[in-house]
Design a protein around this ligand. Sequence first.
Ligand code: GDG
Length: 517
Amino acid sequence: MSGITWRRSKRRLLVVSNRLPICIKSDGGRMEIQSGSGGLVTALAPIIRNTGGVWIGWPGCEVTSEVERLISDYNIENLFNLQAINISTEEVENYYRGFSNEAIWPLFHDLLGQCKFEGEHWEYYRNVNRRFAEKIVESAEPGDLIWIHDYHLILVAHYLRQMNVQHPLAFFLHIPFPNYDLLRRLPWKDHIIGGLLDYDLVGFQTRRDRRNFCRCAKELMPSLDIKAYYRHSNVRFGRREIKVGNFPISIDFSEFSDGAQTEEVEKEANYLKQKCQSKSLMLGVDRLDYTKGIPERFLAYERALEKYPELRGNICLLQLAVPSRSHLSAYQDIRETLEWMVGRINGRFSEFGWQPIQYIYRSVSRTELLGFYRASDIGLLTPLRDGMNLVAKEFCASTVDNNGVLILSEFAGASEQLSKGAIMVNPYNREETADAIYQAFHMDLAERERRMTLLRSEVKRNDIFRWVEWFLSSFRESEREGAASAIHPANSQSVRSRVESAVMESIKNGGNSYTDD
Ligand code: GDG
């Protein structure tokens, strides 16, 4: 198994994310903890363990004394140090569901029509970010590297600097970053940009996201000095230097590749193939989210069935939609739309013994998921916008016989790395996606193998362990460079107020232009 050795530094790593990498379940009144299973956890856990580090986050439920005891037992058993922060029901409603998921999430995915900008949500967002900062101050020790994750916690560095925290601070955004024309609609855009400039290292998924951020920052603060290099940009801000990079996140390749070859998974895959009763199985796996382009995918598939009658009876789309954010009305609406569409398309094309779409609305076990990947001939992943889309990488890693085709949206972050082996589509282009389905269905074995070999070697080379190592070495580099030049903003005028004065100046001067890369 691959893994990271933390040879170059024994400094503690303090990771902060909205959710802790655990799930607390209540089974008949008895509570139990399950470990999170993503690649990020697999890669970070050994570093946190080996350096005596900490992971701070919300456990997904109220932090009662029972929950605290459970987490403490879990830490002892797993030689881990998870620290829970409590988020009240009101805060969940306003900071998490409200600002994070009804303002930032849609805006950063270019879906302005879904955005709700509410002053009250914003106030809760600020407050919860400040509370995370306070919790970090309680836990941090001198010399810790502090790494904050994702869009829920953009302002944490701002509050840490206000509290005079001098630690090196890094941030990684898992979702896309929008261009300025979109960001400027957000009433609190200068806080968001100023908040990000309070970190020493800011990481994005793609070059495009990095460029969007740099352009937004320059629009708001024309006096910023930004130098763009192939791998990163340096933003000089007064006497500080902020490193901005693109770090496409990945998966534990071996876990999927090895897992897909176990007897259990092969059995599962064979069972599925038998049940599916068509020549070709096409797979979509997504959280049920309007950014994932599932309705557009269904319409493109319908068009393919209409345009290419030979597909009927010979292809089946297996769509796994994992329940997500079901408290929000936009998510309830999309669920209804999908159920209605499945009924309509199946009603229109089904024949005795064959139905075009198998729709599953629930989460599945890792073994089942691997079975889905292994049994599928085509992966159809067509988000309207996606930070990365790990499912695309997992599908490739699990296609161990190289006999599979990936159809991928050009708006998934993964497209920067996978475009050479995948059939690329614009998910808004129904005709093009329908043709891609037809092309994938007819692709000969040699071409499938050629493409899948390329894809698998890309995912294998750039796995999650390499990603973490790369991010952390950039972090240490940014710290060295920063130390050579910086006084922290905590000691000078705060970044936020400097952003505000720069914005005023920019408005007076009628804006500016900037080219990066
Ligand atoms: C965000 C960004 C970015 C899904 N269903 C089941 C299941 N999954 C696992 C998949 C995959 C993960 O969930 C989904 O990851 P994605 O990357 O596709 O999407 P988001 O959840 O939107 O993640 C995204 C990511 O953060 C990382 O930075 O790539 O762009 O939006 O790992 O395997 N796992 C199991 N059962 C399921 O039913 N076991």
